[in-house]
Design a protein around this ligand. Structure first.
Ligand code: ADP
Ligand code: 5GP
Length: 191
């Protein structure tokens, strides 16, 4: 019997909007979903695992993979740090009928959507304000003040792409946002 190919669930947002929190919630609360592990050249944070959060590779390895056309999409998301979705990871999971969750930056998300069209649902996670983003990044305490400033500066540019996504998820009250997205994802993967 032929397996029905899986669907792609893309989550993009300015850093600090809550997309990692939302993606983790969906993985924990819906069956049949798999996280797309990206490659990155940024250094590993405390608590992260190679092969689970990212494939952590050097800038040189990353550039070699670019030249071998191994990425479905890739971006230099923040100065000097590359992030990319490996074609081999995605193809294998889709053939197995798995639904794949992506946590990628805004341009990467739109590129994946363009490639997979109706097989993909592109969601933009929107925080209530830039000020809220800054507060969330400060509370998360994973980035230096300088990095937080870089992320905030980029956020304003990224917000201008929100209307290009299939759906804007307003992440103000977390429980409300989680319930809303669970319903939407369930509906999308069942149709
Ligand atoms: P992103 O992946 O978009 O960078 P995270 O999911 O890491 O964002 O969230 C950034 C911080 O904000 C985390 O500390 C997270 O616990 C917190 N957070 C996420 N959603 C909410 C929310 N709705 N209200 C308050 N804090 C939130
Ligand atoms: P972080 O350093 O906080 O893990 O991620 C920084 C940004 O890179 C986030 O917006 C995240 O969604 C994005 N990102 C992670 N993986 C990929 C990827 O494979 N491709 C692209 N384009 N962006 C990614």
């Amino acid at each position: 019997m032929q397996i029905k190919p899986g669907k792609l669930l893309i989550f993009s947002a300015p850093s600090g909007s809550g997309k990692t929190t939302i993606v983790k919630y969906l993985l924990d609360n819906l069956t049949g979903l798999t996280f797309s592990v990206s490659a990155t050249s940024r250094s590993m944070r405390v608590g992260e695992e190679n092969g689970k959060d990212y494939f952590f590779i050097s800038r040189e390895e990353f550039r070699t993979k670019i030249s071998k056309n191994e990425f479905l999409e890739w971006e230099e998301v923040y100065n000097g740090s590359y992030y990319g979705t490996l074609k081999c990871e995605v193809d294998l999971l889709l053939q197995q009928g798995k639904h794949i969750l992506f946590d990628v930056d805004v341009l990467g998300g739109l590129n994946i959507k363009q490639h997979y069209q109706d097989q993909a649902l592109a969601v933009f996670v929107m925080a209530p304000s830039i000020d809220t983003l800054r507060k969330r990044l400060c509370i998360r305490s994973t980035d230096s003040d300088e990095n937080i400033q870089k992320r905030i500066e980029k956020a304003e540019f990224e917000m201008t792409f929100a209307h290009k996504f299939d759906f804007i998820l307003h992440n103000d009250d977390l429980v409300t946002a989680q319930n809303e997205i669970k319903y939407i994802v369930q509906h999308f993967i069942n149709t």
